[in-house]
Ligand binder design. Sequence first.
Ligand SMILES: Nc1nc2c(ncn2[C@@H]2O[C@H](COP(=O)(O)OP(=O)(O)OP(=O)(O)O)[C@@H](O)[C@H]2O)c(=O)[nH]1
Length: 832
Amino acid sequence: MATIRVHELAKDMNLSSKDLLDKLQELGLNMKNHMSTIPSAEVNRIKSMVLNLEKNRNNTGSPVQPAKTKGPEQRPALPAEGQKTKEPERSTGPVKPNPFQQQTKKDNKPNQFKNNQKQGQDKSFNQQNRPQKNNQGQGHQGQFTPNNKAQQKPGGAHQGNKKGPNTQTLRYNEPVLTENVFDEEDTLLNKVERAVGEKAYERGGKTKAPARKVSKFDDKKTDHKKGPKTFGKDRNRFRQNVKEPAPVVVKHITLDGPITVQEFAHLLNKKAADVIKKLLNLGVLATINQELDVETLILLGAEFGTTVEVKASKEEILFAEEPDKPEELEERPPVVTIMGHVDHGKTSLLDVIRHTNVTASEAGGITQHIGAYQVEINGRKITFLDTPGHEAFTAMRARGAQVTDIAVLVVAADDGVMPQTVEAINHAQAANVPIIVAINKIDKEDANPERVKQELTEYGLVPEEWGGETICVNVSAHTKVGLENLLEMILLVAEVRELKANPNRKAKGTVVEAKLDKGRGPVATVLVQNGTLEVGDFIIAGTTQGRIRAMQDDKGRRLKKAPPSTPVEIIGLSEVPQAGDIFLAVDDERLAKQITSERSALKREEAIQSRGRVSLDDLFARIQQGEVRELNIIIKADVQGSIEAIKQSLEKLSNNEVRVNIIHQGVGGITETDVMLASASNAIIIGFNVRPDANARKTAESQQIDIRLYRVIYNAIEDVKAAMSGLLKPEIREVVLGRAEVRATFRVPKVGVIAGCYVTEGKIARNAQVRVIRNGIVVHEGEIDSLKRFKDDAKEVNAGYECGIGLARFNDIHEGDQLEAFTFEEIKRELS
Ligand SMILES: Nc1nc2c(ncn2[C@@H]2O[C@H](COP(=O)(O)OP(=O)(O)OP(=O)(O)O)[C@@H](O)[C@H]2O)c(=O)[nH]1
């Protein structure tokens, strides 16, 4: 279940986390701190509750809004029970009247509220009054009227006025019913609110209404409107239950993270079987030792009338710092990445920009390679990232760091749009980064910038002069023509984007490059993205930490401070971090060390997250749950024609529930870059007559990317179609046994060609199927005819050994080919 943190919601609502927390507190929602989680499904509802709270406050004159007279300053009106401070763990906070109920129909409110209205005001009434009842803990005969809520506050006996179902008093006196009234919209928030109410009720009321007994009726949809029969029956049952000794009900649990069913049952003071039963009601099938994620625990706790709070890790608290206020933000230089096809002039362009602008302003300045550098144009700075564009995008984005503000796409005017140009466009578009096209080499005779522009339109980049939005600049890295214009355009785009950061806070940024230097130890080039990094700061980056001993910029100058958008080389870290790691300056060393040790826990979380990756196997279920609205696909194939055919057929599969997006396509084998893009964009990869290389396979495995390989286009389309409609049944799955490299070939008379191979991975088994891969493309698939170690037949040959392989009915084996042995495995379909 997706959740959102309080601070994120606060940011979204343009409030400080503290303000929002106060408001939530006021609404009786027990959020402990800005890292507390709110289920996404409740966000809209909470928003409207908070907004209504504001509205009601402003609306002070209205006589029909008694709740506003009970603002936070009126809290003492509620009984000031000592427990609140004595037992913070068990306290659910002051329970305030819910302004929710003061909505009028014309209010623009979420469905939830509309339903509340439909179901009767009793719900809001209960929400409002039960706590009050508890607070007073005295008999109350239910003289409640909407205009007299303030006077009603002290009320709260358990014997109700049963004059009729339409009197709020009646409902007020029937806590059992309140459980059922919410059935239709029994969301987590409702449950939490109820838990809040019940807790208060229990503390103040003379009867300890056992939440467990109440929950007995949970599954019954007891709608009081249906008639008094059910109502009375349940009430009687409730009364009987009241006489029993109340079980110890745990009202609040604080957890550090996920725990098992058994552990949770123990904390709840319940039998594990009861917990498993409740889980079943929630649609979760779990065993006693199964670990439950925090969202499930919160939901489960609510089922038992227990609020579950999950403590944010130190790291979470640290990373989720208060958002900057608009007045604290200052303009920062744009961070630019240069991308493009091989040999189109990226390096030349970067070099000429750097040298022209560096040497001009820094006579004799030494430029050194630190993976990023800054240039100054008309007093304004631009930061260039010197890493290959797609790496900057995918590697860093895959780690959650978005560093680039603008992508400069270099296209050679004499060559036009090429495969890597398209790849670069796809990467930038997937990252939502604006593209400026630099049409390079215009000094060449056969340069044809107009043709380049024409070609670009096919990829959605329509030049400005043709009525589009893409800035295209003609340049030459050789003659330096157009360079200034290009830089000005970068600044223009930066200005439009209003790139800002707060220099007056602790630094946060991304590691761009890192290496181990013999003399200096771990050296990292980092890009400061917010705040100011200073010598002496203690930073953490990935799983490493350390105090910055020295900093220098791309010109080799020692720096004491690095403001936002500055790339600097730092020394002082204990280990080499990874490019793409987010770094953060922290206040003390102890905390930093604690946090790096907490990273392992975070890794576990990442593993859980990667389980959330899209795969064809569970696509349907996830579409049904509303988790997947778009199916991102990367297509790699042996020829362009196949790509087009697959693309068109797949795009046609889009329906109302899910849209099929081909985010990248290309001719050739599946590479690590494809997998990284899939990882960053949560895509699946479809390979047609191509294979992933070793790195791609490893990365796909670790990132849990679904790679589907096909030899028949129809099968690919059918699989996606079946997955989208929940009919996919991959009973048989291919298992790769190993790979061998062909080092030599021998023609044996009457036998055919024998490949002298070296097994590089896994094993080659005699009875396996084998495919011949040449430059990432499958050229043959068939059976092994012979497998020999020296002169002897072998059943299988393991990695690290040489062998001779003959293929059945196939002799066109070349030196350098890869032979991949595979077999098929039956997969038992799990019931879903
Ligand atoms: N005539 C001309 N040649 C250029 C220009 N820019 C680059 N070249 C030449 O094009 C070739 C490739 O340039 P690079 O800068 O290495 O291209 P690249 O895109 O960085 O190439 P990779 O690093 O291999 O991806 C070199 O021989 C450059 O001299 C230009 O503006 N005009």
